[in-house]
Design a protein around this ligand. Sequence first.
Ligand SMILES: *[C@@H]1O[C@H](CO)[C@@H](O)[C@H](O)[C@H]1NC(C)=O
Ligand SMILES: *[C@@H]1O[C@H](CO)[C@@H](O)[C@H](O)[C@H]1NC(C)=O
Length: 338
Amino acid sequence: MGASLVPARVHRTHPILFSCVLAITVISLWCARHILHDAWTLATMPMIWPRHSKTFFLSAEVDGFDLTFANYSTDQVSAAPFEDRVPPVLHHISLGSGAAEHSKWASVRQSCIDIHPGWEAMIWTDETSDAFVAEHFPDLHDMWTTYRFPIQKVDALRYMVLYHYGGVILDMDLQCKRALGPLRRFEFVAPAAHPTGFSIGFMMASKRSEFVGKLVGNLRRYNKHWIWLPYPTVMFSTGCHYASTIHAFQSNRSELKILAGTKENPKLHNLNGPVSTPIFNHLGSSSWHSFDAAMITSVGRHLSWLLPFFLMGGVGGAFCVIRRTRRRRTGKAEQWAF
Ligand SMILES: *[C@@H]1O[C@H](CO)[C@@H](O)[C@H](O)[C@H]1NC(C)=O
Ligand SMILES: *[C@@H]1O[C@H](CO)[C@@H](O)[C@H](O)[C@H]1NC(C)=O
């Protein structure tokens, strides 16, 4: 007979305990399902991101778009003959301690205003943004005012302003080399980031874009102290990684354009560090640096890549606890003693 090697006594007590542990595990997983799901989306974004990238990476082949901008006049403020989907509004955000710093960048901001004559130019300060959020996003106002890091307020405000007014969001340190007219034909445009996702220091969108609405609508969900560290908390709750995750999980991304590069120069429009692209000079004091950035960035840009390991560690840990409990009941605990 293929009889069990386990003593009969274990067979009697063991199933009850095992069922309890299993039930507790299932209940815990059920209770944590939202955070597990959100952590999972954040962790897998780098893998999901490149899917169907041909449809949403701006290109000459699919969109007939000249990524070098050489074919467009520097003062082209409209997408004509295409329809202008992005309204002619420029937004700059200057909150908290960043405001003093930003006065230095007034001339840089002015370069973008000058190159878009007739466009509305809005600057968001502590007072105007607080009134704006209270009026238009009352449900998010409490959360918004109590964000732990000022940069989270800035990032969340980008999405809210872009949703409500549409237009162009620009970091204060972006100097415009040409008008953004050719890009106005798309629902949403942002520059690619390296190695995945997009940067949120420059974004264009139509008014009440469905996608930007999702960037606003998911803020509460992702507002967690991720891994209890500042950098992942900012990146995963409001920053580039958050926005790129929402983008990556849209079913049809073909209207949510990412401004990347050409085959010859894949980083043509990358805004990391002080660089010059066909449309901007990035003068290097991104809003990161104006706020609590020094501390946050020093924690390490690559921490986001560790999230899958934290997750696996958690699941592995839970598994070990179950195993330990089972072993102890079968009288073999000493083999597992630490
Ligand atoms: C740019 O203009 C040239 C000459 O008119 C044309 O051959 C080329 O296809 C254009 N490129 C794009 C991407 O539109
Ligand atoms: C995605 O949307 C575009 C336009 O909005 C449409 O032309 C295209 O067929 C859609 N793609 C898929 C796979 O549904």
